[in-house]
Design a protein around this ligand. Structure first.
Ligand code: GTB
Length: 208
């Protein structure tokens, strides 16, 4: 079993999805939690390929970029589809999740006070795209008939959005069922119920 070390700030942020996946796959990991003060000293930043976290160590392989990390973990743990066609579709769906995550990050870190109402008004349009894909797939997952890294990523982002706007899934039965199914997976349920998860802020600036 590979042992991973995740280096990141004391927030869920871009590591929520990878922690959901590793937990669900029964894979333990080590964590290095970096304080903002330590980060500002610059030594660690200088060692990161793009000067940012998260960073994941898998043996002698060091990776940054959260989506590359999700893909790596998906490959290692059988959460990247059942064939090349599914893998490509999973990549496509994960890119869609990333597009929404970037919008969410912009709201949280740059526009929270001025842009929240508009963001919530427009959210349904974004969610409807995932709803349509899920509604077509009888398995309940985004692609194919088994869980993929894109499912963990979407689920993590939906958790954040349900804090931002508790009613945001009300018009989307397939997304609601997806969220309920992911939450009920026993290891995920235990993680979501844990203090380690509940006490970790979603974002670095206290907004959620
Ligand atoms: N494309 C990259 C990826 O997907 O991994 C983006 C990574 C990224 O934005 N990293 C941010 C970072 O390293 C942290 S996530 N920022 C420091 C820097 O650029 O010097 C967002 C975030 C912001 C602030 C906190 N915080 O203060 O605790 C936590 C997380």
């Amino acid at each position: 079993m590979p042992a991973y070390t995740i280096t990141y700030f004391a927030v869920r942020g871009r590591c929520g999805a990878m922690k959901l996946m590793l937990t669900d796959q029964g894979q333990e990991w080590k964590e290095v939690v970096v304080s903002f003060d330590d980060w500002m000293k610059g030594d660690l930043k200088a060692t990161c390929v793009f000067g940012q976290l998260p960073k994941v160590q898998d043996g002698d392989l060091e990776l940054v970029q959260s989506n590359a990390i999700l893909r790596h973990l998906g490959r290692n743990h059988g959460a990247y589809g059942s064939n090349d066609k599914e893998a490509s579709q999973i990549d496509m769906m994960n890119d869609g999740v990333e597009d929404l995550r970037l919008k969410y990050g912009k709201l949280i870190y740059q526009e929270y006070d001025t842009g929240k109402d508009k963001y919530i008004q427009e959210l349904g349009d974004h969610l409807s795209k995932f709803e349509a894909v899920l509604a077509k797939n009888k398995s309940g997952f985004l692609i194919g008939n088994k869980v993929s890294f894109a499912d963990y990523n979407l689920f993590d982002l939906l958790l954040n959005h349900q804090v931002l706007c508790p009613t945001c899934l009300d018009k989307f039965p397939a997304l609601k069922a997806f969220s309920a199914m992911m939450s009920a997976r026993p290891k995920i349920k235990a993680l979501l119920d844990s203090d380690a998860w509940k006490k970790l802020p979603i974002n670095g600036n206290g907004k959620q």
